[in-house]
Write a protein that binds this ligand. Sequence first.
Ligand code: MG
Length: 168
Amino acid sequence: MSLLKTDRMIRRVSELELAWLAEHGIRGIVSDLDNTLAAWHGDEIPRDILVWLEAVKSAKIGVCLCSNTRRPVRLARIAERLEIHHVPGNAGKPGKAGVLKALELMAVLPNEALMVGDQLFTDMVAGNRVGLTTVLVNPLADKEFIGTKLISRNAEKLILRGERARPS
Ligand SMILES: [Mg+2]
């Protein structure tokens, strides 16, 4: 079960306080894209998350997108617009390669990095395999890839037993 551990569960990535990141020695954030920063398949990033990203960047904390995307051009476009790093192409989570690439791009060590995402079996497992601090967010939108919806979400429910962050 340790590969499924989450150090923290929050509703949205924008709830991650700079003080908490500093306390945990975080110098780089490896972030999922879909349903973590952006609604599934859209390019738009919610306002609170844009504000949070600017604060993180101002604090000299690196951010790198690490996505199992089927749309690498969109991924690169969003990373460029946000002025953050990205692991090119499909990151292959829960494999370790994408996370390791993200750490290399941000020049940080595993114990200085945090993985944030909305899925246990891809995001949290990938982060735990490399030894990152892991933070699970609630998915931004209900709409997602049908395989994720039918299989992963039901399995997550069994494991989390309602322990995701409660909506306010
Ligand atoms: Mg996601």
